[in-house]
Design a binder for this molecule. Structure first.
Ligand code: CA
Length: 227
């Protein structure tokens, strides 16, 4: 059996670390923890985690700086913990390099769902799946999408959505599957599947001449037509 995924928690609130560690270990993960950004960075180099849960406001080196340092070294998925809504926009900026976020106070269940989704995404990305269709090219490492050689500007969620379709290799995905894969929610969580429709519509717009590849499958969901 493969070794359990290693998760590094970088968070200065010790009670939160304790709760997260307990639940992650219970879910079968290995856990390392650090209480400030500098300690976090050395733990990152030492533990080589598969995923980092990162608090934004940290002593010594804050979450933004930590993210930049990590991104210089690796593509490890980062789940940000943010306390304030106004931090969210910054966190979502792709240039920062965080992959997802939850706002405090969070439910442990939500964190576990996001962790699971991010790890699965990482595992899939490592596979030999062609990240192109027609004149559409996706560069996973640079977070770049090109249509007919010209860069398309996608939001983080639109990018994940496109990646999710490419990984499905032409198979139709239901709205629930898309929600789970892109947003990391499981079905019991209350989110409207219309969110998927809205994002697909926006993604289609941005795909320009390749928009026709994104096909609506009646009573099911969507599929992306490969070559
Ligand atoms: Ca903090």
């Amino acid at each position: 059996m493969a070794e359990a995924a290693m998760i590094l928690i970088v968070e200065d609130e010790k009670s939160l670390v304790k709760v997260l560690r307990y639940n992650l270990e219970k879910a079968g993960y290995r856990v390392a923890a650090a209480h400030d950004g500098e300690e976090g960075l050395s733990a990152f180099c030492r533990a080589k985690p598969d995923l980092v849960i990162l608090d934004l406001m940290l002593p010594k080196l804050d979450g933004f700086e930590f993210c930049k340092e990590v991104r210089r070294r690796a593509k490890t998925p980062i789940l940000m913990l943010t306390a304030r809504k106004e931090e969210v926009d910054k966190v979502l900026g792709l240039e920062l390099g965080a992959d997802d976020y939850v706002t405090k106070p969070f439910s442990v269940r939500e964190v576990l769902a996001r962790v699971k989704a991010l790890l699965r995404r990482g595992g899939q990305a490592a596979g030999e799946v062609p990240m192109r269709a027609g004149s559409l090219e996706v560069d996973l490492e640079r977070y770049e999408v090109r249509v007919g050689g010209r860069p398309a500007s996608l939001s983080a969620k639109e990018f994940e959505l496109l990646r999710c379709f490419l990984l499905a290799q032409g198979k139709a995905l239901t709205r629930e599957q898309i929600l789970e894969r892109v947003w990391g929610y499981d079905r019991a969580m209350d989110i409207d599947t219309r969110t998927v429709d809205q994002h697909v519509a926006r993604l289609r717009d941005k795909l320009g001449p390749e928009a026709g590849r994104l096909i609506t499958v009646k009573n099911v969901g969507y599929r992306l037509k490969p070559d």
